[in-house]
Design a protein around this ligand. Structure first.
Ligand code: ADP
Ligand code: MG
Length: 232
């Protein structure tokens, strides 16, 4: 279970302090699939970075399965993230000098979750599952945007993470490819009983989620309360 309690992230922007995220209380259970919705600048990326431990909150506590992520020293957080978080970054962050197979193998080498002798086969299987079984030795830049998104999805799930985060994973895709990527994310999260948190400003994507967390931007301040966790 993922829990955020009184979490606030402030950035220093010149002489001004910007409150990018303020979460009163938020709980997401294992296996839940949630859309995080808000306009540009509403704090989606900041919130996903906080949950992944890439950023630490200015105040408040983030806990996953009784581990207080926000209080961990950086080195532990890095090791925890490698095992626990699968992240589809908005700009993908695939390693362009490596084949897509090697991109997955590198992600596995940090996490030590999949036994070494099984890694090659597991990575090939996942890439085949996302429709890229005949492109294992291609580099990301030799693939279309939709194909690269599918590599990023496969890499995000390769260590069977407890939490999968996807930052606007459909934003640069046409509708057909966007829905395909989303379906893959949902299917893979379900198979691993992972939490799935997808940020989006696309209403078509949002409609596919049972639970939607809205991020609003009143005067650059984002406030989530427990009461608005669930929308009809
Ligand atoms: P979104 O992903 O919804 O577009 P972000 O989380 O990127 O929103 O940004 C939320 C707010 O925080 C915005 O007002 C943005 O300008 C500000 N912000 C984000 N990153 C930084 C930073 N490194 N320094 C200062 N302000 C930032
Ligand atoms: Mg963003």
């Amino acid at each position: 279970m993922l829990e955020l309690n009184q979490v606030c992230k402030e950035y220093c922007d010149g002489s001004r302090q910007v409150t990018a995220v303020a979460v009163d209380s938020l709980t997401i259970k294992a296996g839940e699939q949630v859309a995080l919705v808000g306009p540009s600048g509403s704090g989606k990326t900041t919130l996903l970075h906080l949950i992944s431990g890439l950023l630490i909150p200015t105040r408040g506590e983030i806990t996953f399965d009784n581990v207080v992520v926000s209080a961990m020293p950086e080195v532990w957080r890095d090791a925890w993230r490698a095992k626990t978080i699968g992240y589809v970054f908005q700009k993908l962050n695939l390693l362009n000098s490596l084949s897509i197979l090697d991109n997955l193998l590198v992600a596995m080498s940090f996490a030590h979750v999949i036994p070494r002798t099984e890694q090659q086969q597991w990575a090939s299987r996942l890439l085949t599952q996302v429709g890229l079984g005949d492109r294992l030795h291609s580099r990301p830049q030799q693939l279309s945007m939709g194909e690269q998104q599918r590599v990023a999805v496969a890499r995000a799930v390769v260590n069977k993470p407890g939490i999968i985060l996807a930052d606007e994973p459909t934003a640069s895709l046409d509708q057909e490819n966007g829905l395909r990527v989303l379906a893959l994310l949902c299917q893979m999260a379900e198979e691993a009983n992972s939490i799935l948190l997808v940020s989006t400003h696309d209403t078509q994507i949002m409609k596919r989620f049972e639970r939607v967390i809205p991020l609003l931007q009143p005067e650059r301040q984002v406030v989530i309360s427990a009461a608005c966790n669930r929308l009809a």
